[in-house]
Ligand binder design. Structure first.
Ligand code: NI
Length: 196
């Protein structure tokens, strides 16, 4: 089932999400629905707060990046096969000199900006079977994981922009929060909620 994606301006996107246990109700269905929602919107990642749930769960699938010729063949192959469910993730370490990449977000349609992040991360998480992992990621995979991880910490990529850039996109963000935007996937806007 495709779930509506929560738009910029909804307070759920600003909450520090809570850990979950194996007993979380209908977790398998939730993950399946989130996966369908992410693919339906051509996203490379989706975090639970983006479908309205303040829990520490996000999915990443970098396959759509694998066609990008900006990357080497080895990188393309790696991007093609990278698919993970992250539960209760904690980033343990971020390393290296920050690099810029043009990011977007399903909750902030039509806004794309260069964001600086460190290239290498060590992350501890549980998978969909609640098996624990500690892994090191770098490059674009680390980037997508960092973006999704920010969502469970209540942080959006637009928070990381310069004061000037923030000022330049302010009007666009206000329009998104009011639902004044055309999107080709299902969204839920904060203003719509208030009208009920
Ligand atoms: Ni996002």
């Amino acid at each position: 089932m495709i779930l509506p994606i929560v738009a910029y301006g909804d307070p759920v996107l600003r909450k520090k999400a809570k850990p979950i246990t194996k007993d979380y109700p209908e977790l398998d269905t939730l993950i399946e629905n989130m996966r369908e929602t992410m693919y339906g919107a051509y996203g490379v990642g989706l975090a639970a707060p983006q479908i309205g749930l303040p829990i520490r769960l996000f999915l990443v699938d970098t396959e759509p990046f694998s066609e990008d010729e900006e990357f080497s063949e080895t990188e393309q192959e790696e991007l093609k096969n990278f698919q993970r469910v992250f539960i209760n993730a904690e980033i343990l370490e971020e390393e290296g000199d920050e690099w810029a990449f043009n990011e977007g977000c399903l909750s902030i349609p039509d806004v794309r900006e260069d964001v600086f992040r460190q290239p290498k991360i060590t992350i501890k998480y549980q998978d969909e079977n609640f098996k624990s992992h500690t892994e090191v990621f770098d490059g674009l995979i680390a980037r997508v994981v960092q973006h999704e991880y920010d969502h469970i910490e209540g942080v959006l990529f637009t928070d990381k922009l310069s004061t000037l850039k923030k000022r330049l996109i302010k009007g666009k963000l206000t329009n998104i929060s009011k639902g004044k935007i055309k999107v080709d996937y299902k969204m839920r806007f904060p203003a719509m909620k208030k009208k009920r």
